[in-house]
Design a protein around this ligand. Structure first.
Ligand SMILES: *[C@@H]1O[C@H](CO)[C@@H](O)[C@H](O)[C@H]1NC(C)=O
Ligand SMILES: *[C@@H]1O[C@H](CO)[C@@H](O)[C@H](O)[C@H]1NC(C)=O
Length: 298
């Protein structure tokens, strides 16, 4: 009876030992999710949390990439508790979208530059020829399925007439519409001075450039110079007119004798004519001479 019990106990022990061994084998014969890199990824069907020994998984290229050789082996097998990477021959390379066909009146600028410019992830930006304006579809991207977007549309540049100006007018009557490069010349009315360029032209972006000139009547009031006289210059004083002063004898000039009439008035302040006698008096003011004191010079 005791012997039988003991035998039974041993049998039970052996059974548990076998179970433990089996569990250990099964657990240890597991592979983690393989991470082969090289722009390769598991197919959705192969994606599992754990893999047992002998399991086979299949790879494919990530989005935007394609196999270098479509016949290369794409599988890995979990052997023991690791993957045998030597069986995986799949290599992945970026897909090409190919060069885009030309479009009228413009061209594509590919980025990045060079061979990469037509591969997955590249951008093709439309650039219109001179005199043409991009109307639609500026950028295209090389996606997994090819170039997105549509063929750009470059339209010939037209300008609306340039603005009317005050105190002047275009040499010829304005048209309703202008083509790229067409020019308009303005002239100021008599007695007005032009500031800015006289000719503007229809530019690449559909506007006249630069801004039209401004016509202004420039006049400068003659300044008065105490103890001085005008020796040059006849009114009215217009843009760039000059005026020149001289001091009456006995007075000394401070400042510039001649002034030029500019857009906003004389270019310099008028000169001052100062007298030596005035300076003398000012010295006297400071001296403690008694009232009615007489100074006599010989
Ligand atoms: C057109 O181009 C000029 C410079 O060449 C710029 O000053 C102006 O703002 C542009 N106009 C428009 C509508 O883009
Ligand atoms: C003339 O005198 C005035 C007043 O003293 C002074 O403000 C001005 O700067 C002087 N002008 C010159 C040219 O020295």
């Amino acid at each position: 009876m005791t012997r039988n019990l003991c035998l039974c106990y041993i049998q039970l022990c052996s059974f548990f030992f076998v179970v433990v061994c089996f569990c250990y084998f099964v657990l240890s014969a597991q592979c983690e999710t393989p991470k082969p890199g090289g722009n390769r990824i598991l197919t959705p069907e192969s994606n599992k949390p754990t893999y047992s020994g002998g399991d086979t998984v299949t790879f494919q290229c990530i989005v935007g990439y394609k196999p270098v050789n479509s016949k290369a082996s794409k599988t890995l097998t979990c052997s023991g508790n690791s993957w045998d990477y030597s069986t995986l021959k799949l290599e992945c390379t970026k897909k090409t979208c190919g060069a885009l066909p030309d479009f009228p009146n413009g061209r594509y600028i590919y980025s990045p530059e060079g061979a990469e410019g037509i591969l997955f992830g590249a951008t093709a930006a439309a650039e219109c020829n001179e005199g043409y304006l991009l109307l639609r579809y500026p950028d295209r991207h090389c996606r997994d399925s090819g170039w997105d977007g549509r063929e750009p549309v470059c339209e010939v540049v037209k300008c609306l007439p340039p603005p009317e100006i005050l105190n002047g007018q275009p040499e010829e009557p304005l048209l309703e519409e202008y083509e790229y490069g067409q020019a308009v010349t303005y002239i100021c009315n008599a007695g007005y001075t032009r500031f800015g360029v006289s000719t503007v032209s229809c530019s690449n972006n559909g506007t006249f450039q630069p801004s039209p000139p401004e016509c202004e009547k420039v006049s400068c009031d003659p300044p008065s110079v105490l103890n001085g006289n005008k020796i040059e210059g006849i009114p009215p004083y217009r843009y760039k007119s000059t005026i020149k002063f001289a001091c009456t004898s006995g007075f000394k000039m401070e400042g510039s004798p001649s002034l030029v009439c500019e857009r906003n008035g004389w270019d310099l302040p008028p000169p001052n004519c100062t007298g030596e006698s005035e300076q003398w008096f000012s010295v006297c003011d400071l001296m403690p001479f008694p009232l009615n004191f007489k100074l006599t010079f010989f």
